[in-house]
Design a protein around this ligand. Structure first.
Ligand code: KG4
Ligand code: ZN
Length: 359
């Protein structure tokens, strides 16, 4: 089957065609066109929802035409139309989902309203045919979660952030230090020439029995340290970045160890530790993920950075996985700014717990 996937949840406009052969658990990307709006938001130090929605409206039909052209397909040859229906910024979601509905209606194709987090969760199957069950570490600008991926639509939330997402904390750190947007790569670059031990920053949540994250205390501690040494020299900035990144790395290590322990208890032995989201591009974080996977006797599946971040191919693949199970949506499917991935369970499946109850 060949699916068109549309992504408009945040600041990337994406469209892609992905093929899934019968019975296969690996896909083939026929085209994957992504237009980043970074330049339009950079002056504001973060994504402005209204600007994002307008930019999606202006770009989406060209991006879809390009994806169709590069793959050499016409709409009539497609098997389904998938769009990210949430979670995300509501303006962008409306643009992408409405476009998908229009194409599905005109060409009489099934519509699949995809949960964006589910798309990240299933990417390891598109790229590496990873069998269920596996443990996913999803860290982006909007999300920080550890999930047990037991099957399509069957996710166990093992840990989540109680405040900011990791990528958001990198972005805020960069903004505070005047580095620009998006902050992650800039902070990582500065950290490379800094001293990670110079500033003593907290390791939030360390030692707790759950696998949750918290970033806001770290952000405040960083601001207080920066204020103490202001005005900041280039070396101060590098040392602050290195100290911040080290605190995040230490927290990720502690939280993932707990997450994998919970996975063992509630799911079993993972076939892999999988990472997704823009933060997974960070080399220091990747190193820790390799180490933790090794510790628990599994391997790290890290899809190429272009597939870890937002794009249409991951939406198309999730659409294909759902369509293969006969899971489609009506033209009344609603965009959802909030949509926990645990709530994508298809009706009729045996209900299993979707999150670890607080102890
Ligand atoms: O997945 P993504 O492209 O978009 C969403 O947020 O959905 O992730 C972008 C986030 C940004 O917050 C960015 O600062 C962060 O990922 N990021 C990084 C790195 N590259 C991107 N964070 C840390 N280190 C990096 N190298
Ligand atoms: Zn994403």
């Amino acid at each position: 089957m060949v699916i068109l996937g549309i992504e408009t949840t945040c600041d990337e406009t994406g469209a892609a065609l992905v093929e899934r052969a019968g019975g296969e658990e690996r896909g083939r990307i026929l085209s994957n066109v992504v237009l980043s709006q970074i330049n339009e938001h950079a002056a504001f130090g973060g994504v402005v929802p209204e600007i994002a929605a307008r930019a999606h409206v202006e770009a989406l039909d060209h991006i879809i035409a390009k994806a169709m052209g590069e793959a050499g397909y016409s709409f009539s040859a497609l098997d389904g139309i998938a769009a990210a229906a949430g979670p995300g910024l509501i303006g962008g979601l409306i643009v992408g989902l409405t476009m998908a509905k229009a194409v599905a209606l005109v060409h009489n194709k099934p519509l699949i309203a995809v949960n964006h987090l589910e798309a990240h969760a299933l990417t390891a199957r598109l790229t590496d045919a990873t069998p269920f069950p596996y443990c996913l570490f999803l860290a982006s600008g909007g999300h920080t979660q550890i999930l047990g991926v037991r099957g399509v639509g069957d996710y166990l939330r093992l840990g989540t952030t109680v405040d900011d997402a990791i990528g958001e904390a990198f972005d805020k750190t960069a903004k505070l230090l005047g580095l620009g947007y998006p902050g992650g790569p800039l902070v990582e670059k500065e950290a490379a020439r800094g001293d990670p031990k110079r500033f003593l920053l907290p390791r939030p949540m360390a030692g707790r029995h759950d696998a949750d994250f918290s970033l806001s205390g770290l952000k405040t501690a960083l601001r207080l340290e920066a204020e103490k040494v202001a005005p900041l020299s280039d070396q101060d900035v590098a040392d602050l970045c290195a100290s911040f990144q080290q605190a995040v790395v230490d927290m990720a290590m502690d939280r993932l160890r707990k997450g994998l322990k919970l996975f063992r208890t509630h799911v079993g032995k993972p076939t892999a530790l999988v990472c997704a989201g823009g933060v997974a591009a960070n080399q220091a974080i990747r190193k820790v993920l390799h180490r933790i996977a090794f510790e628990v006797g599994t391997s790290l599946v890290a899809p190429a950075p272009a597939l870890c971040t937002d794009n249409g191919a991951i939406i198309a693949w999730a659409g294909a996985e759902r369509l293969a199970l006969g899971l489609t949506d009506g033209l009344d499917a609603a965009p959802r700014a909030r949509w926990p991935v645990e709530m994508t369970k298809p009706a009729g499946r045996v209900a299993a717990r979707s999150h670890i109850p607080p102890s």
